[in-house]
Design a protein around this ligand. Structure first.
Ligand code: NAD
Length: 383
């Protein structure tokens, strides 16, 4: 079958996200399935060029996966017209200037979140991309998680009646790095390197809340650095200058109250690493990464508060499991396919730089709320 080749520069491919989710689980998986059907009957075929700082590491990854194109010279890769798309999964602090260069070179840009470290920089990238006429997108992978897809299905089907509240619990224990290695990179815990759980997670919560429920109108947040001293990848002790927990209350249009705890200093007593409980007048749901459970108003028990007696009801057993009813592919891959169709066939792609900028705006507002000890309203932004 005829191929429509599309040259993609992958920057940050030696990192956790760049390698596992974007290279292996998305783009190589698309190649393994024979490419992606395009409108003209051909197959969209990603041609990959790996970019990074360490040539030996790039060569090793390329060889492992049968790839031949890699370079440590980003400018040269951007100047090469066989590349239509620039993708960025570098550390956040390096992103803005690389994307700016990609836009100037006339490349379409897809990127990990957060789009930039601040709102001003994010909006500037959105403006530059629009002015240069390049297509642009930001990863919003949580929307494609099976659990959240089922939750969206329930919202669209009117299951909840009037939605009252959303309670989100995200997190797990990230080891300090002294007596056991930390399972996240050390830059996550240094503000000066673009770290912090608020800038990491609030962009996710922004699109989850906005696209499943309603736009966020205000935020009140309290943040903390619970573990102030950590040990890095090289075994050196360092001071954690960034927040490792964020406790946020998000007011949504229409009166829904969402409260989400995000923490890298919490031990998991949950079914999944993130769970959202949604309560509505007609029913409630608890959704995780994969599973979603519901309780309808007609099946709601009537607990009576009596601390003198042991609990008599199996509360968890009173919920029903929502069936899959469809096949769920890897969320990063699903969004990559949408972006490739956007570039090749012009299929609309709603998760653009402006959407990414709104996520950064919420993170910035959350940090301001915590710093100033007050509720911060979210202003509508445009390019
Ligand atoms: N969508 C998600 O669920 C999700 C999850 C985790 C991280 N992320 C985002 O992905 C990005 C990468 O995170 P990660 O966890 O993969 O980090 P990582 O530390 O594992 O990888 C970072 C990559 O950037 C490169 N890099 C490091 N320092 C650099 C520098 N000074 N200059 C240029 N490149 C440098 C590294 O070589 C590596 O390839 C971050 O922006 C993060 O916010 C997204």
């Amino acid at each position: 079958m005829e191929r429509t080749s599309i040259g993609i520069i992958l920057n940050g491919v030696t990192g956790r996200m760049g390698y596992r989710q974007h290279l292996v689980r998305s783009l190589l998986a698309i190649r393994e399935q024979g490419g992606l059907p395009a409108r003209d009957g051909s197959r969209i075929w990603p041609e990959l060029t790996l970019v990074g700082r360490n040539e030996a590491k790039l060569a090793e990854i390329a060889t492992r996966h049968g790839l031949t194109s890699y370079t440590t010279d980003l400018d040269a890769a951007l100047a090469d017209d066989s590349h239509q798309i620039y993708f960025d999964a570098q550390v956040t602090a390096q992103r803005e200037k690389a994307i700016r260069a990609a836009i100037e070179a006339g490349r379409h840009v897809y990127t990990e979140k957060p789009l930039a470290e601040g709102l001003a920089g994010s909006l500037e990238l959105a403006r530059l991309a629009a002015a240069r006429g390049v297509k642009n997108g930001v990863v919003q992978d949580k929307l494609f998680l099976p659990g959240l897809r089922k939750l969206k299905r329930l919202v669209d089907g009117g299951f909840f009646g009037r939605i009252l509240s959303v309670r989100g619990e995200f997190g797990y224990w990230v080891f300090e790095g002294d007596w056991q290695d930390a399972q996240r990179p050390s830059w996550n815990y240094r503000a000066e390197d673009g770290g912090g759980i608020t800038v990491d997670m609030f962009p996710h919560w922004h699109y989850v809340l906005e696209q499943i429920f309603a736009p966020v109108t205000a935020v009140t947040a309290h943040i903390a650095t619970h573990i102030p001293d950590r040990v890095d990848e090289a075994g050196r002790a360092y001071r954690a200058t960034a927040d490792d927990a964020a406790y946020g209350i998000f007011e949504l249009a229409g009166g829904i109250v969402a409260q989400i705890n995000s923490s890298w200093a919490v031990r998991v007593y949950r079914n999944e690493l993130v769970e959202f409980q949604v309560d509505g007048t007609h029913g409630s749901a608890v959704a995780g990464l994969r599973e979603c459970r519901i309780q309808h108003r007609g099946a709601t028990p009537m607990p009576v508060w009596n601390p003198d007696l042991p609990a008599t009801e199996d509360f968890r057993g009173q919920w029903q499991t929502v069936p899959d009813n469809e096949d769920f592919d890897n969320g990063f891959k699903v969004q990559w396919e949408a972006f490739l169709r956007h570039v090749v066939d012009g299929v609309p792609f709603p998760w653009d730089f402006l959407a990414g900028a709104r996520g950064v705006q919420l993170a910035e507002a959350g940090l301001r709320s915590a710093r100033e000890g007050r509720r911060v309203e979210i202003e509508e932004i445009t390019r």
